[in-house]
Design a protein around this ligand. Structure first.
Ligand code: DAH
Length: 351
């Protein structure tokens, strides 16, 4: 019996040592399993304690003392080793999760909005600030909405300027956001104060024209609307979009859907009217087309022209971006050269 106790003690010591030599991550779990092998309900040491009843009664007190000593020893040993195991596991974890605060920082690469989206958002922010509501219009239009209802009948020469993309005899990719005006006036009664932005398509391509580009259209219809309201609005817009010294001027022009029609110029935002390459030494840059909504358009949309009048304006978003950022070629917006696009967003951390 005494030998058995001694062997068991040795076994416990060896096994505990083995666990420490072999295990790293699961040290405490393994130690616990080992403890159960000896001190658990059916553990070897527990069995030995149970077998005391078979020991001759005169030897029982002495043997009992030895077995109890071994149990105390084992319990202490496991408690001590568990503490060590916890320390070892923590040390390992600290090592693994160590943060080197002197290491170079890892930056998250940040994406950014396309310059056209940035300008479009800015335009929307300015005009909604003036009380306009955004109307989301369709990119496909029928001939009626894109042309006829805007006073551009089938044989009208102004159709040539927009040599358009027809998908079908009567269906085309809209050539102007002005088409949205008609949808609005069909759906809403005055007072109307909307803007609509988005892609438009024309068969046209050079340094300042692209087959797909973006426009923003504004429409105001109410009682007593005059050209002065248009001029006042555009002045306020120019000051917000560019700088507070920017001026606008109106020049007579022609659009079938406005009467009178005007072309709007901006005092050059680069030379402030002195004359430079960008304004071709004129001091002025053309930015948009506008006018009083032609009565024929209002009547087509069943708006009482005896009561109401309105103005409309349409601008190219690329054009505004080119003026604002001094970009000479419209194609740069669509080539998606990351070196070009990156300039419009302060994407910190980019290398
Ligand atoms: N739709 C015209 C274009 O594409 C721009 C335009 C001019 C819109 C005059 C208007 C306007 O609303 O009144 O060139």
């Amino acid at each position: 019996m005494q030998k058995k106790i001694a062997t068991l003690k040795e076994e416990i010591q060896i096994e505990v040592q083995k666990v420490f030599l072999q295990e790293n991550e699961n040290l405490r779990q393994k130690l616990f399993e080992l403890k159960m092998q000896f001190l658990g309900k059916t553990g070897k040491l527990t069995d030995l304690l149970k077998s005391m009843k078979d020991v001759a009664p005169e030897l029982r007190p002495e043997m009992g003392k030895y077995v109890n000593e071994l149990r105390d020893y084992a319990e202490k040993l496991f408690a001590e080793k568990e503490r060590l195991a916890r320390e070892k596991e923590m040390a390992l974890r600290y090592e693994r999760e160590k943060i080197d605060i002197t290491a170079p920082a890892i930056f998250q690469k940040k994406g950014g909005l396309h310059p056209i989206t940035l300008i479009q958002n800015e335009l929307i922010a300015i005009f909604t600030g003036f009380g306009f509501t955004v109307f989301d219009s369709t990119e496909f239009e029928t001939d009626y909405y894109n042309f006829q209802a805007l006073n551009i009948p089938e044989d009208h020469p102004s159709r040539d300027m927009q040599d358009t993309f027809f998908i079908h005899k009567n269906l085309l990719l809209r050539s102007q956001t002005s088409a949205g005006q008609v949808h609005v006036m069909e759906q809403q009664l005055p007072p109307i104060k909307i803007l609509t932005t988005g892609r438009v398509y024309r068969s046209d391509s050079d340094a300042t024209h692209s087959p797909m580009f973006h426009q923003m259209e504004g429409l105001v219809v109410d009682k007593n609307i005059t050209l002065c309201d248009l001029k006042g609005l555009l002045d306020a817009f120019a000051k917000r979009m560019f700088d507070c010294n920017t001026k606008t001027r109106l020049r007579p022009s022609y659009f079938p859907f406005t009467e009178p029609s005007v072309e709007v110029d901006l005092s050059c935002v680069h030379c402030h009217g002195k004359g430079c390459k960008i304004c071709k030494n004129t001091g002025w840059i053309e930015i948009l087309g506008a006018g009083m909504v032609n009565e024929r358009v209002l009547q087509t949309c069943k708006i009482d022209t005896a009561k109401y009048s309105g103005f409309a304006f349409g601008l190219g978003i690329e054009r505004i971006a080119m003026i604002k950022y001094g970009i000479p070629d419209i194609r740069l917006f669509f080539e998606n050269d990351i070196r070009f696009l990156k300039q419009f967003n302060s994407a910190k951390g980019e290398k």
